[in-house]
Design a protein. Structure first.
Length: 133
């Protein structure tokens, strides 16, 4: 692929794909596609930061620029990108139903019975999803 600057038609870059990535190296294959941490925004941020520090692909969906109407699409885009989506937002039953249309049950992880301490809860959660290594 050659990148050409449109105003001057100058060649500004070139790329050659040598080989495809190995399937196992793409995204967070062993992690759930969606981590749901209801009403635990600080914990969601902490877990996202921990996973990012470990080199995992993570998207924290609790963002003012992702409206409720776009939530399902954001989860799907994260899934297609090989990233784990994380949210602490209140999710309606209608949203859950929409998510289940394209994600198998094992792709979801709903955090329950975690410590009230975000530090302890993040350690518990990372262990539960197999990311504590």
């Amino acid at each position: 692929m050659i990148l050409i600057e449109p105003l001057s038609n100058a060649t500004v870059g070139a790329v050659m794909i040598e080989r495809a990535l190995e399937k196992a190296s793409i995204g967070a294959a062993t992690l759930p596609s969606f981590l749901y941490l209801p009403n635990r925004a600080d914990l969601a941020q902490r877990v996202a930061d921990e996973l990012l520090a470990r080199g995992e692909r993570v998207v924290l969906l609790d963002d003012e620029h992702i409206p409720a109407a776009g939530f399902v699409a954001a989860v799907r885009a994260s899934q297609l990108a090989g990233a784990t989506a994380i949210s602490a937002a209140n999710i309606s039953q209608e949203t859950w139903n929409a998510l289940r249309r394209f994600m198998p049950e094992e792709s979801f992880f709903r955090a329950e019975n975690l410590s009230e301490s975000d530090v302890e809860a993040s350690l518990q959660l990372l262990k539960q999803i197999g990311a504590d290594k």
